[in-house]
Design a protein around this ligand. Structure first.
Ligand code: G3I
Length: 481
């Protein structure tokens, strides 16, 4: 949290709202504690949110916006929780039902409710193979890549400054023992789609923590857990902007709570990311269920960088797995044994979160560079010569753009290529895929990467970039080797 506040002043100001609310709750709880100390020496919170706040954490719930008119539901939400996640309303199918036609009505309702009640918001989910609108399901290749990055940029920009943590990429790994990526239409655009999504999200909302979120990553010994761990380690080593890992933690008999869960959280945190329990539900009932809920809560509290817990719904009847009665309140809204186990675990305390800003890679600047572009020639190798042509399409909106460039090789084919464009003054390229850019503004040359160096006679290849400000116009110069 401190790390995020250390970022640009605009985002810090924006992010201070939920934080202020949490501080106020902590302060409020402290006042209550001080008042009652003489009689009881107790400082226990009486709600999940207040007790988590005393531990420097949040306690959240997934919310279905159409239930905000249910007074029992809202009563529990406002009393117990200090963080919300949209259960479905910020997903791709909900926010961009037709390409480039965005609908934020339901998501905005949730954000307004959260802000009015001092809750923070987890954003869920920007890029995911599931719950894609039909038009995206039918896309592939660079068109899908461009559409995905456009979606990430537009949604994260819309909610800029209002989201505590975004699930930037959700469920990108296979189940089972392969440790492989899930074979989805997004994966088939090139395995760098995940880091491209993170870079786009960072450029759009530098103040939000950016998370990778998945299920069946709770058991440290599972191949999927190891595969996600290796990806996060690689991202940290290469400066890909990732801040947190979400553990969905949907537990049942087929996917039980593992005894090494705390180890998993600790090992990920040791990579230099925060960890969050993002979709907790535990099928079962009575004391067995309560014990597991208590264990999960204690595991989070034992890991300083475990920021908080979100349960995936409020009452059992609100759950996507309602028949498994996996939540903290019964269908009538009564507290279950599991609720008491969580509250007791929170009140028993744990290891506080770090008080100093944890190390992080510097976020990119969120405003266009004001200094002049470099005047010295950047390329170390001469641009290739040869015949090619380049055309591009641009999606421009107020303040930003995504451009997709298509290169067509001449009769001699290409062994390396370079495309030059002029990015207008005051505008800047913030993210490039399938090419390497020589700079961010002014005269920018995009060169091939290894895999698209060679293009056969008359063949095509594509790359793209996104930016802030105004997109380049005019005819791009294409040189080929
Ligand atoms: O709103 C329509 C309704 O009008 C229609 O009559 C009905 C018919 O099936 O569907 C309703 O939409 C459903 C929606 O939930 C709202 O209830 C969708 O069919 C249904 O697919 C959708 O399920 C959601 C599921 O994600 C989809 O993948 C669940 O609510 C939601 O809890 C669940 O959440 C996911 C996380 O995003 C990612 N991790 C796993 C988690 C559980 O599956």
């Amino acid at each position: 949290m401190d790390k995020v506040l250390a970022r640009g002043s605009g985002s810090a100001a924006a992010r201070s709202r939920p934080r202020t609310a949490v501080i106020a709750m902590v302060a409020g709880a402290a006042v209550v504690a001080a008042t009652t100390a003489v009689a009881t020496s107790a400082s226990a919170g009486t709600t999940l949110g207040a007790s988590a706040a005393e531990q420097g954490r949040y306690f959240g719930a997934a919310v279905a916006v159409n239930k905000l008119s249910d007074s029992t539901y809202v009563g529990i939400l406002n009393r117990e929780f200090n963080s919300v996640t949209a259960e479905n309303e910020m997903k791709w199918d909900a926010t961009e039902p037709s390409q480039n036609q965005f609908n934020f009505t339901s998501g905005d309702r949730l954000v307004a409710h959260a802000q009015a009640n001092g809750m923070r918001v987890r954003g869920h989910a920007l890029a995911w193979h599931s719950q894609q609108p039909g038009w995206a399901q039918n896309m592939s290749g660079s068109a899908l890549r461009q559409a995905m990055l456009n979606h990430v940029t537009r949604v994260a920009t819309h909610y800029r400054g209002k989201i505590d943590s975004w699930d930037v990429v959700n469920e990108a790994f296979d189940d089972g023992n392969s440790g492989a990526r899930r074979n989805s239409n997004l994966e088939r655009t090139g395995s760098d789609w995940i880091e491209a999504a993170f870079r786009a999200a960072r450029a759009a909302d530098p103040g939000a923590k950016l998370c990778y979120n998945d299920y069946n990553t709770d058991n440290w010994n599972w191949a999927k857990t190891q595969a996600v761990y290796n990806m996060v380690r690689d991202f940290k080593a290469r400066g890909v902007p990732i801040d947190c890992v979400g553990f969905q933690s949907h537990f049942n008999s087929g996917s039980p709570y593992p005894s090494n869960y705390r180890t998993t959280l600790q090992n990920f945190a040791a990579l230099g990311v925060d960890v969050q329990i993002t979709e907790l539900d535990i099928e079962g009932s009575g004391s067995t269920q309560a014990t597991t809920y208590g264990n999960v809560t204690r595991d989070c509290l034992a890991v300083p960088r475990c920021n908080g817990i979100t349960v995936w719904g409020i009452r059992d009847t609100d759950s996507w797995r309602a028949s498994g009665t996996p939540l903290l309140f019964d269908g009538s809204g009564n507290k279950k044994q599991a609720y008491t186990a969580v509250l007791n675990a929170l009140n028993a305390g744990g290891t506080p979160p770090p008080t100093t800003a944890p190390p992080t890679s510097a976020p990119p600047t969120s405003t266009p560079p004001t200094s002049a572009p470099p005047t010295s020639a950047p390329p170390t190798t001469p641009p290739p010569t040869g015949a090619c042509t380049a055309t591009f399409t641009t999606n421009q909106w107020p303040g930003g753009f995504v451009t997709n460039v298509r290169i067509t090789a001449g009769a001699g084919g290409l062994n390396g290529w370079a495309v030059s464009l002029t990015v207008p003054s005051g505008s800047a390229v913030t993210n490039t895929w399938s090419a390497q850019a020589s700079g961010t503004t002014g005269a920018v040359t995009f060169r091939n990467v290894d895999y698209n160096r060679q293009v056969g006679a008359g063949g095509t290849t594509e790359f793209g970039f996104q930016g802030i400000g105004t997109a380049p116009s005019g005819t791009p110069a294409c040189a080929g080797g």
